[in-house]
Structure formats: structure tokens, C-alpha cells
Design a protein around this ligand. Structure first.
Ligand code: ADP
Ligand code: 5GP
Length: 208
């Protein structure tokens, strides 16, 4: 049986670049078939270009609540007035099959996951500065001026929680940041737990 995959949380203030980083990891042939992006449920409306089932499962507040009441979420939280949650179905079967799972979730969700799964690897993505974060939010063009002001205010609060994370990536030069995230995933694959069976098989080739 394959050892279980690992779980990675990637958090950042909105606009710091976690979606971009995760997309690059998912597109990397090195990880083909061995990593899964957990598609969250949300009650917010899709943005232009977002596809149901790809960026999010876009659901009504009633559908979301029904999953909560059936204990269908590993974690869930409210962000900017909308509900977001990671369904167990996105995560547990994949990990059991030996596949690594990436979660793009906020600090509230990260805390809930860690209390249930202490081995989770938590990565925080920082923008290089407030000015750059604001410029990226504006350039992305998805958020109204009001929502940008709210996201910048939330950013300071969110970044103050970086002490709860294992790794900090500063997303300045994109290729360098992608390399760092890739290295974190690869390093985890070399952990003793993931290698246990192969190591034992190697040891068996050495006569006592
Ligand atoms: P998040 O998922 O954290 O909200 P996104 O991945 O949507 O952030 O990135 C926000 C914007 O910044 C996007 O327009 C993206 O193309 C851009 N961006 C991301 N990383 C970089 C980078 N290292 N340099 C320049 N622009 C970037
Ligand atoms: P956005 O609306 O910009 O896609 O996401 C807003 C925030 O919600 C981001 O910080 C993102 O990481 C977070 N988020 C997305 N999905 C989930 C989820 O399933 N659970 C939690 N707790 N946060 C989520």
C-alpha cells in the first residue's frame, strides 16, 4: 500500500499570488497525477473566467449549510461576508491514495485543519510590500475599490498570523517563489514516513 499523501496549506493575503503559485505547481510535469488542488465550496459569486468545479464549487447558502450539518467539511470559515469550506471528499480519499493535497485557505481554516491534522504543512505567502500587494489587487481587476480596501485591511491582520505557519515564501520574483513551493513539496516526499516501506525493503537486502 502506498503511504498516505501529505496535506499542504497555502495561505496569503488576497492578491499576494497563491493562486498563481498553485497553478504553476499543478502544471509542473514533475507532479502530474501526484498532487491535487482541493476545490473549496463557497457561497460567493463566480468572478469572470471562474468555472464551477475548477476554482470553486459555487453553492447557495442552503447547500453550504446542508454540508455543514452533515459534517462534510474538514474546515469552514467566513471571509469578506461569504462562506468558504474544504469538503472532506476533496481531501481524504486523495491522501489515502498517496496523493498530496494543496489547500488554498485562510488563516481561520488553517487553524481548524491543524487541530484535526497536526502533520499538515503550512505555507504562508507574503507580498514583497503593501504597495505591491495593492498594485496586484488592482491589476487583477476582479475586485471593486471597496473590496480592495477591505482586503488590504485584512492583509495586515492575516500577515500578523504568520507565526502559525512552517514556511514563509516572499512572492517577489515569481519563478523563485514557485521554486520554493516546489521544494517544500519535494522535501516532504523525502520524509522518513513517506519512504518507510522502501527503506525497509532496502534494509532487507543487507544480510544481518
Ligand atoms: P491570490 O490567489 O493570493 O489572491 P493571485 O494569484 O490571484 O493572488 O495574484 C494576484 C495578481 O498578482 C494576479 O494578477 C497575478 O497574475 C499577479 N502576480 C502573482 N504573483 C506575481 C509575481 N511574483 N509578480 C508579479 N505579479 C504577480
Ligand atoms: P477569494 O474569494 O479571493 O477566492 O478567497 C478569499 C479568501 O478565502 C482567501 O484567503 C482564500 O484563501 C480563502 N479560502 C478559499 N477557500 C477556502 C476554504 O475552503 N476555507 C477557508 N477557510 N478559506 C478559504
Amino acid at each position: 500500500m502506498r503511504p498516505a499523501g501529505d496535506l499542504f496549506i497555502v495561505s496569503s493575503p488576497s492578491g499576494a499570488g497563491k493562486t498563481t503559485l498553485i497553478r504553476r505547481i499543478l502544471a509542473d510535469p514533475v507532479f502530474a497525477g501526484s498532487i491535487h488542488f482541493s476545490v473549496s465550496h463557497t457561497t460567493r459569486a463566480p468572478r469572470p473566467g471562474e468555472v464551477h468545479g475548477r476554482e470553486y464549487h459555487f453553492v447557495s447558502p442552503e447547500e453550504f449549510e446542508s454540508l455543514v450539518s452533515r459534517d462534510g467539511f474538514l474546515e469552514h470559515a467566513v471571509y469578506d461576508g461569504h462562506r468558504y469550506g474544504t469538503s472532506r471528499g476533496e481531501v481524504e480519499p486523495r491522501m489515502a491514495a498517496g496523493i498530496d493535497v494543496l489547500l488554498d485557505i485562510d488563516v481561520q481554516g488553517a487553524r481548524q485543519v491543524r487541530s484535526r491534522m497536526p502533520d499538515v504543512v503550512k505555507v504562508f505567502v507574503f507580498p514583497p510590500s503593501r504597495q505591491v500587494l495593492e498594485a496586484r489587487l488592482e491589476a487583477r481587476g476582479h475586485n471593486s475599490p471597496d473590496s480592495i480596501v477591505r482586503r488590504l485591511a485584512a492583509a495586515a491582520r492575516e500577515m500578523g498570523e504568520f507565526g502559525e505557519y512552517d514556511y514563509a515564501i516572499i512572492n517577489d520574483v515569481l519563478d523563485a517563489a514557485v521554486d520554493e513551493l516546489r521544494s517544500i513539496v519535494v522535501a516532504r516526499r523525502s520524509s522518513r514516513r513517506r519512504r518507510q516501506e522502501r527503506l525497509e525493503a532496502i534494509l532487507r537486502t543487507f544480510p544481518a
